[in-house]
Design a protein around this ligand. Structure first.
Ligand SMILES: Nc1ncnc2c1ncn2[C@@H]1O[C@H](COP(=O)(O)OP(=O)(O)OP(=O)(O)O)[C@@H](O)[C@H]1O
Ligand SMILES: [Mg+2]
Length: 429
């Protein structure tokens, strides 16, 4: 599907599609306003707001007031930079509460010609949701894997085919109602409506993975501050998603405890001198950390710091590897691993990953599409989710036309459509 809606003109004002992505991460909160440019898959970043997170723990809101404040701050920044008033956002979700599993649906085709229609596909997807989900959980995504028509497997697009009985195998992602509703509540407190809620690894995959990688098989691993998010693709379809609650904050915590320093110092030296692959350190430099409470400065070597960081990064990779094995797809990843998220910036991240996963590893940042406007800034692994949320919104939302150059509502809607209805709509397009 093209990102671009046919350009319309409204007197002297141009109308175009526009979308706002909101990534509420454990380390940073980021709002991004974007529109497609003249060519399909060219993204124009119009405004960015970014600030350190407060009130989140492992991807989940732990303090509503602090989270609302940070959301308001980044929305204000993005609005000022873009000159657009943000009314709706596509927001990311992660956290330990996310679960995914395979499910099946089945329908009979009852029209006279036995020709499968889009409505039949919708029905079979609906039917796949009739599985036992605890009441407190909500369905976030239903991703069709394949259709089976009268016993014939491997069908990806059944519309127009002849059939009597159609089954669908789907990947269903669910989340706990409380953290989902808390995120919605925080955003609504800033007078913004939630257009869609998107699983963070699905969002990141939109911005960092290339089509041929998704075809031959690839695992994208987004290691952020509080969570590690995985999305596996094969034959251009998301086959598996997973999230676990370990990330860069644990690495920083190990440095803090290991060296007896404060968290801000630990974070600073991790970024400045941190390395997670001992054989990759050619020259062992010494650096100083100011002592706390009048104590003498501490002398540290890069190798010592690496000896603290490496075991935790190995642990994160090993957890991720166990998830790849659990997916049953670890042996089918022709394009290997794409690492993204802030921890992909750690020196040696690629080399260590290559050793642990035993397959090719590349660092991924938003790319594969050209950017204009604030492009260089977003070509960084910390922006993968925010850019991906905007791309998801542009591909999957209703028409988001607006009058160029004026402060107008994004996604002015006549009637409120629930995000779950919107997810359903995706399959109808
Ligand atoms: N230059 C760098 N070198 C090493 N680590 C870095 C660098 N920049 C960021 N990080 C680490 O990346 C992590 C933050 O990554 P990111 O911004 O992707 O997280 P997040 O999206 O806020 O969190 P999450 O997705 O887990 O909720 C932090 O732990 C930070 O220390
Ligand atoms: Mg993140």
């Amino acid at each position: 599907m093209s990102l671009l809606k046919p350009g319309k003109t409204n007197g002297s004002n141009k109308t175009r599609k526009i979308v706002a992505g909101l990534d509420i991460g454990t380390s940073k909160v980021c709002a991004l306003v974007a529109s497609p440019d003249a060519e399909p898959y060219t993204l124009n970043i119009l405004g960015i707001g970014i600030t350190e997170s407060e009130g989140l723990n492992r991807g989940v809101v732990s303090n509503i007031d602090k989270t609302v404040k940070t959301i308001k701050k980044v929305i204000d920044q993005a609005e000022q930079q873009s000159g657009i008033e943000i009314k709706n956002v596509v927001v990311g979700i992660a956290g330990d509460h996310i679960q995914s599993r395979e499910a099946r649906g089945v329908v009979t085709i009852s029209n006279q010609q036995n020709e499968i229609s889009k409505a039949d596909v919708m029905r079979v997807i609906e039917d796949s949701k009739n599985m036992a989900i605890p009441q407190e959980r909500q369905i976030l995504h239903v991703i069709p894997q394949e259709y089976i028509i009268d016993g014939q497997y491997g069908i990806t697009d059944p519309v127009g085919m002849y059939g009597l009985r159609m089954e669908a195998i789907v990947h269903i992602v669910t989340g706990a109602g409380t953290p989902i509703n808390n995120i919605i509540r925080c955003i609504e407190r800033v007078n913004i409506e939630v257009d869609s809620i998107v699983l963070e690894p699905i969002a990141s995959s939109y911005s960092v993975l290339e089509d041929d990688e998704k075809e031959v098989g690839v695992a994208m691993i987004d290691i952020g501050g509080g969570t590690t998010d995985i999305a596996i693709f094969q034959d251009n379809i998301i086959r598996f998603t997973s999230i676990f609650g370990i990330g860069g904050k644990q690495v920083t915590d190990d440095i803090r405890k290991g060296l007896g320093i404060i968290a801000t110092q630990a974070e600073k030296i991790k970024r400045e001198y941190g390395h997670c692959y001992l054989p990759g350190i050619m020259k062992d430099d010494i650096f100083m950390i100011p002592g706390i409470g009048g104590r003498k400065p501490i002398e540290i070597t890069k190798k010592l710091l690496c000896q603290i960081i490496q075991p935790r990064m190995e642990e994160i990779y090993e957890f991720a590897l166990a998830e790849l094995r659990r997916s049953g797809l670890a042996g089918d990843l022709g394009a290997g691993i794409v690492l993204t998220g802030g921890c992909a910036l750690l020196r040696g991240a690629e080399e260590l990953a290559q050793e642990v996963f035993g397959m090719p590893v590349k660092i991924g940042a938003p790319s594969g599409i050209s950017y204009s406007g604030l492009a260089p800034e977003v070509e960084n692994p910390i922006y993968s989710t925010a850019v991906g949320l905007a791309l998801f919104g542009l591909e999957n939302s209703d028409s988001i036309d607006y009058v160029d150059g004026k402060k107008v509502d994004i996604l002015k809607k006549e009637k409120k459509v629930s995000i779950f209805e919107k997810v359903k709509k995706i399959f109808d397009d």
